[in-house]
Design a protein around this ligand. Sequence first.
Ligand SMILES: C[S@@+](CC[C@H](N)C(=O)[O-])C[C@H]1O[C@@H](n2cnc3c(N)ncnc32)[C@H](O)[C@@H]1O
Length: 201
Amino acid sequence: MSDSSFPDRNRLDMTPPAQLQAIETATRTLGFGMASVPQTGALLRSLAAAKPACRILELGTGTGIATCWLLDGLDDDGRLVTVEIDPVVQQVAKIDLGYDARISFVEQDAVSFMQHAPRSAFDLIFADALPGKFSELDDALSLLANGGVYIVDDLLPQDSWPDGHAEKVPVFIDNMMARGDLVVEYWEWSSGILLARKSGG
Ligand SMILES: C[S@@+](CC[C@H](N)C(=O)[O-])C[C@H]1O[C@@H](n2cnc3c(N)ncnc32)[C@H](O)[C@@H]1O
């Protein structure tokens, strides 16, 4: 039985952040092919907006597409740290978002960053580099505060996946679902989203 008055399609606020178009143009010029898609951006913006003074960590800035959506949801007291190993791609984000005092750009290997960052320091972690997702997962989760949200995308097949990567994805999802310390959901939506919340306490 269907109710025709009930919306049956996903509805998202896709209003783009002010800097998105400039960053997308520069991303295309650079030929960077690993940028997050708009649906993921809209979800990230909602998550950033859900917690006052949210402390966000992004692993893998790329050119700053997701960074831009995250910043758009963050309130004035929020803070965003974004880590990238490649200074060329991160420079695109710095040009368009560097004016914003809420953001800190870190040019560093995420592995080393996670080893030295304070534990439980972040309310929201967008793990968008291989380390913190397919390796060093426990290091990433140790940076999450109680009640915090860890999110990854690109779990559906992507052109940018290196050889051998496809086999790792179901293993990652199964391992996450089996953990007792997290509440985990996986959606075959957008580019493939997994969201995990660390129990408060
Ligand atoms: C999927 S892309 C990030 C896309 C970006 N977050 C966005 O939404 O458009 C992954 C990024 O992680 C970076 N990366 C890969 N290995 C890394 C490492 N060990 N430490 C930090 N960044 C790394 C890559 O250079 C690349 O820019």
